[in-house]
Every structure is written in C-alpha cells, then in structure tokens.
Design a protein around this ligand. Structure first.
Ligand SMILES: Nc1ncnc2c1ncn2[C@@H]1O[C@H](COP(=O)(O)OP(=O)(O)OP(=O)(O)O)[C@@H](O)[C@H]1O
Length: 465
C-alpha cells in the first residue's frame, strides 16, 4: 500500500504569468501523510498572513457572456473554477442577463456572506460591480453620494468586500495594470492566494453636482469618447471594433474649446517620472491613511471650492485651450494595444491622477502621439501635450470659444488663463463630444472629477518586476 501527499504550488512563469504545479510525495504511512499535510497547511496559512494575504472562502462570481470574444463562461468553467475548487473556495455563480444586472444585484441583495466579488469579463464589468458595491457601502454608512457633498468630497467609505477580475473582455486594462498580463489562470491564482492591493478610484459629477459614477482607469473627453460612441454601434465586431472606430474617429477630427480647473498633487512624484508602479510599490504604501480634509470657502465656483488632502483652493490652476483630447489616468492604463499605457508612471494607490491635455495639432503630429503609446517612446515629449499630476479637475466646454484670446504660453499658474493658439483648422468640428470612463459613455461634457485614495481593495499585488 502506498499513500500520496499531493501539493499544489503556484509558480512564476515568464511574462508575469503564474502557473499551478503539482508535486506528489509517496509514503507507506497514512498518519505520516496526514501529519505532513497538517504541518504544511498551517505553515502556509501563517506565511500568507504575514504578507497580508487572506484566502477567500466564499466568492460571488459574475460572468458576462457578451464581454470580449464571448468566452467568459468557458474560461470560468475550464480554467478558473477548478482552481477555486482546489482551494475549497465556495462559489456562487451568476451569468449576467442584461447590462447593470451585476450592479443591481450587488446593490440590493444580501452579499454579507461573501469575502470577495469576482467579475469574469472586461473593465466595464469590473466598473459595474465596483459602482454597485461602493454605492451600497455609502448607503449603509449613511454617506450621501447622489449629490456632490461639499462637506466630505473625499471621505467615502471603503467596502469590506474585495474585488477581483478574471480577464475576459476586450481591453482588460485592470488585469494588465494590477498583474502585468491578462491571463485568466494568473488572475485566478492571485485571487486564490488572497493577494490584496488598495486601488484609487475617482468620482465623476455633472456640473449641477449630480453624481455620475466611480471610475478606476481612464476618463477621457474628445477622441476616446468619440471612439467609444462609435464602437458601441460596432459591438458585433468584438475587440476589433475599437480599431475600426479609432480610424473613423481619427478621420473626422474633433477639437473642443475647453476650460479646465485642476488641483495639483502635493506629492513629489510626477507623470514624467521614469519609475513605475511595481510590487512592492513604496509610493502606493506611503501614508495610506486618508489625510484630513479641510474645507475652504474662498471661492464660489460650484463644487470646486474645497481644499482637499494636501491641496488648497489657492493652488487651483486654470487652463484653456483647443483640445483634441482631455484625458485623466488613474493608473497607467496599460493594455495589449498600449503595453506602457496612457501614463506609464501612474500609480494604483497614490491618491493622484494624471491629467493629460492634448491640444489641437496636425493629423501627422496626432498620429505620432498615438503611436508613442504603442511603442516605448515618451508620450509627453510633444509640444502640444501637457501633463499634470492632480487630485481633482473640472472640465467645461466654452460656449463662446472665439471670445478667448489664446496665447502660446504653456506654463500654468494659479487662476491664470493659458493655452494654445485658437484653431482655424477647417477639419475640426465643434459638435459636443462625450466622456469615455472605463469604457462607459458619459454624455455630459461639463463634469468634475475627484480622486479617492485606496477606495477599494482588489485581489492583486501590482505588477512584479
Ligand atoms: N448580459 C449582458 N448583456 C448585455 N450587456 C451586458 C451583459 N452583462 C454585462 N453587460 C455589460 O457589457 C459591458 C461590457 O462588458 P465587459 O467590460 O465585460 O466587456 P468588454 O467591453 O468587451 O471589455 P473591456 O471593458 O475590457 O473593453 C459592461 O458595461 C456590462 O455592463
């Protein structure tokens, strides 16, 4: 008679992939096998505890059957569920039947028995679940969210439940940025070992102060907004819809005359830094406790009057210009199409976002700028691109653009109007664009955006070197 002790290990493979490996030990004694099993299990739990990992015991899983290449269900059944079963993780699985199904469920049903919620889909699914969970948490803690609250613009409550994503979407930015790859097995293993990392989110408000949604990656007006609008009509093409919509949008250039108010970050880091957010990231773990918010009522501009952690209304900057894109990146926004992302040195949890203003330029220059995202070039080294690391910003489309005298000055100082020369480009159109926030459309052009540091916790550790 021979008894076998089976040990399943997580090993690192190349390109940030994690793989499961099985070792088998044979013994003639069953009690020996049992004792080894007990010892290894308890050592393992202690080791995981020490590095801040807590294995989930019960997960709520939402599968979007229509995300990406429509393979979410098979990915879950063939790759993910067997890994969770190995770790004795109980799974409640819901295949979504309509847009916002997961959000509604998370907002209204009893989810207290779950340690984590997992989206099997793309960034849109993750955003939906994060929004549902955050709205529920604020409601349970009596924190107003529906209208911008000038008394606590930055004090939303962090949910106890962690969120994970199994990449099965078109872009899968969340997986790329938090794990370095969009690989379902790797993502399942990060969840299984109970990895954890805080994640900054931002909240978006209409001009009236009405809450729109929370967002975790990119919020972009102009080019990317128009690409999303077009791509939604081409969903039947799968992930390649973004390429078609991208070319169509490029051919019909949109330039908006906008005014942007922003509160610069007080951190020493900058969007042009060469250091990146890598595990273990010191910048993300520095002073993670949310600093106290001070209220200043120096200014009467609606819902942009408050000083926020480390910033003050006196630091408020104002820029005006003709922009092809106004982008804000909460994270690098790396993905398969852009391995370094929109802002390569942005962090997962430093309490800042990078505001990238792409002024009107020739189409050849715009192509060069876009191509810099595909390769490793410096995407901020263009005279028509400005980047600021900020805590909040407000965007307003100017009603009478011709009334503004634009200068060529590019530096900004408090309440100073600067920008690029007014465009006389006949190709540019002045119809209103829209926002693309985590792949979701927001039609109101005039919005304000605030960062909330480490507002949720995710099953990830950041990209390993
Ligand atoms: N059953 C469903 N029918 C229609 N839409 C759905 C359904 N389930 C979820 N959705 C919506 O589909 C949208 C897109 O889903 P998802 O993010 O999973 O895929 P994707 O857009 O292909 O990928 P990515 O967001 O990474 O580009 C989400 O906003 C989600 O709200």
């Amino acid at each position: 008679n021979c008894f076998v002790l089976k040990l399943d290990l997580v090993t690192r493979s190349k390109d940030h992939k994690w793989r499961l490996q099985t070792l088998k030990f044979r013994s003639k004694s069953q009690p020996d096998c049992m004792e080894w099993c007990r010892l290894i299990s308890s050592k393992l739990e202690n080791a995981l505890c020490k590095i801040g990992c807590e294995r989930p015991q019960s997960l709520l899983v939402f599968i979007n059957p229509f995300g990406g290449r429509h393979r979410a269900e098979s990915i879950y059944t063939n790759t993910v569920s067997p890994i969770f079963d190995l770790a004795n993780i109980k799974q409640t699985v819901i295949v979504t039947e309509y847009r916002d199904h997961a959000k509604k469920f998370v907002e209204t049903e009893d989810i207290s028995k779950y340690d984590g919620i997992v989206a099997v889909g793309g960034d849109g699914m993750f955003n939906e679940i994060a929004n549902g969970l955050l709205l529920r948490t604020q409601r349970e803690n009596k924190i107003p969210v529906e209208l911008f609250n000038s008394d606590c613009p930055n004090s939303y409550k962090t949910p106890k439940i962690k969120l994970g994503v199994i990449p099965a979407g078109s872009t899968d930015c969340m997986s790329y940025v938090s794990q370095g790859i969009n690989d379902p097995e790797t993502a399942a293993l990060h969840i299984m070992v109970g990895d954890t990392h805080p994640l900054d989110l931002c909240s978006l408000y209409e001009e009236s102060g009405k809450f729109i949604r929370f967002s975790f990656s990119m919020t972009s007006y102009g080019y990317y907004g128009n690409v999303l609008r077009k791509s939604e009509r081409l969903r039947h093409l799968g992930p390649s819809r973004y390429d078609f919509a991208g070319v169509q949008t490029f051919l019909k250039k949109h330039v908006s005359k906008s005014e942007i108010h922003f509160l610069p970050s007080s951190s020493n880091s900058h969007a042009t830094d060469t250091t990146k957010c890598r595990y273990p990231c010191q910048i993300c773990s520095e002073n993670l406790v949310t600093p106290k918010i001070e209220i200043a009522t120096l200014d009467s501009r609606p819902h942009f009057t408050n000083s926020i952690s480390g910033g003050d209304v006196r630091d408020l900057k104002v820029v005006r210009g003709n922009y092809i894109m106004v982008n804000s990146a909460m994270m690098s926004c790396a993905c398969g199409r852009s391995p370094q992302g929109l802002s390569p040195s942005a962090h997962l949890a430093d309490g800042n976002m990078d505001l990238i203003l792409v002024s009107n330029c020739s189409q050849a220059s715009f192509i060069r700028y876009m191509l810099s995202h595909v390769g490793g070039g410096n995407r901020f080294d263009f005279p028509f691109v400005q980047v600021h690391r900020v805590k909040a910003f407000k965007h307003k489309v100017l009603a009478k653009p011709e009334a503004i005298a634009f200068s060529r000055q590019t530096s900004v100082s408090s309440s100073e109007v600067t920008g690029f020369e007014s465009s006389k480009d006949p190709e540019s159109t002045q119809t209103e664009s829209c926002w693309n926030t985590d792949g979701e459309l927001v039609e109101s052009p005039n919005i304000s955006v605030w960062v909330h540091r480490g507002l949720i916790n995710i099953y990830a550790r950041g990209v390993e070197n």
